[in-house]
Design a protein around this ligand. Structure first.
Ligand code: NAP
Length: 501
């Protein structure tokens, strides 16, 4: 189990390397604070460097032969043991997540449950990792494919889903026989620490899962550059992801980058407006809008625009913003001061561009709000497709409404951004819905459903500027962590001079 360092004022969290809790070779730790209450310190976390990454990769490399040689179902049973422990510690995990990321306790519990479902799904995949049997062109020749693990893989995760994203990367990596070095975001290392503790308790062999905390530049780059790392699975911003993709390409290793979004909801004149309002409010302001799948653009047909805007404005103004630990709070803080300033800067830009502010728009201050980083749920109308507020990811509770004449115009505007993660349509017309499904430029399409959400058994990820590489979650998520081997077995017992028809 994790050993607290008694010399520290607050609990110190070390790295988890080779089955041990190891102090960083840099000797440095940094405190992590609750963004809703800066007096609430979650602990001090290792600020690791290249040497710590080297130790973690060496441990993972040493563990690979035995782990990859363990039968898939046996690996699955170990993950299932972790599932049971995750369930028994759901409240601890959710509290840590709520305190370090800021989302409400209800949202945090939902995220932990989603992560547990991913482990449940992938535990069973231990029985199902399969290749194909195909006929050979030649007589008495058996040809088939095998899926085998890659080796040591690096997982680099963002702060906004500190349990679900580590789950959707580590579960498929481990079940397919890889060994892992994970670097969580510096804003949210605590939930990942609890995950490592549970893996240890579940009996995962030493070195199979390693966790190194520290800055992206030092730890992340050292992982990507390490000659023994065979693949990198990254989720985060476009700026970091694209640079990382380029860096990994120089080594010719496998990479997946799931990056930003600017997700639209289209509302047509025939839509159920109550349903659309509820879906937009949930998608836009849930998790403080800090979701890659957050609703950032509402594209509404003119006939229902006034009614929809009225309902959204009232809904945004009703939301209670505060510390996510308080059961009366609907929306938590932004993750840090940097993100708060980004939100406020985009609110300023939108007004400068000529959009009309109809709800929110300000930092919340006074009383308990002075302890953290809070912004009002914000809504703009009069947004035009060329505006920056319509094109660029804010990653906060800021939504812009664009009015359109018909479905074709709405679809064209929905598609005309660099991103392509999630796209949603509210209508009662099934024919129009199917046309939208066919033509939306997005990895995930929703009908009469918010832009947010994903399920363990369904592929998750985006088109265009959102994604590089394979889909995550589901069977496809496990494929990323395996390589194919094609096998030819000749059972004629005779030399064949030339393999011709
Ligand atoms: P970020 O700043 O790009 O960071 C993501 C991870 O990369 C963190 O662990 C970060 O470490 C690390 N990192 C930073 N610089 C690095 C470098 N030079 N080399 C290697 N790693 C480096 O993103 P974020 O602010 O945490 O997350 C928000 C973004 O994630 C948004 O754009 C959101 O849309 C996207 N996201 C996408 C999905 C999806 O599935 N498409 C899901 C969730 C979030 P530090 O924390 O130490 O800087």
């Amino acid at each position: 189990m994790r050993k607290p360092d008694s010399s520290a004022q607050v609990q110190r969290y070390r790295n988890f390397i080779g089955g041990e809790w190891v102090a960083p070779m840099t000797g440095t730790y940094a405190p992590n604070r609750n963004p809703a209450d800066l007096n609430d310190i979650l602990g001090e976390f290792a600020v690791s460097g290249r040497k710590d990454v080297e130790a973690a990769v060496a441990a993972a490399k040493a563990a690979f032969p035995a782990w990859s040689g363990t039968p898939g179902p046996a690996r699955g049973r170990m993950l299932w043991r972790a599932v049971e422990l995750f369930r028994s510690r759901l409240d601890d995990l959710a509290r840590m997540l709520c305190r370090e990321e800021g989302k409400t306790l209800v949202e945090a519990k939902g995220e932990i449950q989603k992560g547990i479902a991913l482990f449940e799904f992938y535990s069973g995949e231990g029985f199902r990792t399969h290749g194909k049997t195909l006929p050979s062109e030649l007589r008495s020749t058996f040809t088939y494919t095998l899926r085998q693990p890659l080796g040591v893989v690096a997982l680099i995760t963002p702060w906004n889903f500190p349990f679900a994203i580590p789950a959707w990367k580590s579960a498929p990596a481990l079940i397919t026989g890889n060994t892992v070095v994970m670097k969580p975001a510096s804003g949210t290392p605590g939930t990942a620490m609890l995950m490592a503790e549970i893996f240890e308790e579940a009996g995962l062999p030493q070195g199979v899962f390693n966790l190194v905390t520290g800055p992206g530049g030092a730890v992340g780059n050292s992982l990507v550059d390490h000659p023994d790392v065979r693949a990198v699975s990254f989720t985060g911003s476009n700026a970091v992801g694209l640079a990382l993709n380029e860096r990994a390409a120089r080594r010719g290793i496998r990479v997946t980058c799931e990056m930003g979004g600017k997700n639209p909801v289209v509302v047509l004149d025939d839509a159920d407006l109550e349903l659309a309002t509820a879906g937009i409010l949930q998608g836009a302001y849930g998790s403080t809008g800090q979701r890659c799948t957050a609703t950032a653009r509402v594209i509404v047909q003119r006939g229902v625009a006034p009614k929809l805007v009225e309902a959204l404005t009232a809904g945004a103004k009703r939301l209670r913003v505060g510390n996510g630990l308080d059961p009366n709070v609907d929306m938590g803080p932004t993750i840090d001061e940097g993100q708060l300033n980004t939100d406020l800067e985009y609110i300023r830009i939108a007004q400068e561009e000529g959009a009309t502010l109809v709800a929110g728009g300000k930092q919340l201050t006074g009383g308990a709000h002075d302890k953290g980083f809070f912004v009002e749920p914000t809504l703009f109308t009069g947004v035009k497709p060329g505006m920056r507020i319509h094109q660029e990811e804010v990653f906060g509770p800021v939504v812009g409404v664009v009015e359109v004449g018909d479905f074709e115009e709405a679809l064209a505007i929905a598609n005309a951004v660099d991103f392509g993660l999630a796209s949603s349509l509210y209508t009662r017309d099934v024919n129009v819905a199917m046309r939208f499904v066919e033509r939306a430029e997005a990895g995930m399409v929703h009908v009469n459903n918010p832009t947010v959400g994903g399920e363990a058994q369904l592929p998750f990820g985006g088109w265009k500027g959102t994604g590089v590489g394979e889909r995550e979650m589901a069977e496809e998520g496990a494929e990323f962590f395996t390589q194919l081997k094609t096998v030819f077995v000749d059972y004629t017992g005779q030399a064949r001079a030339a393999k011709i028809y």
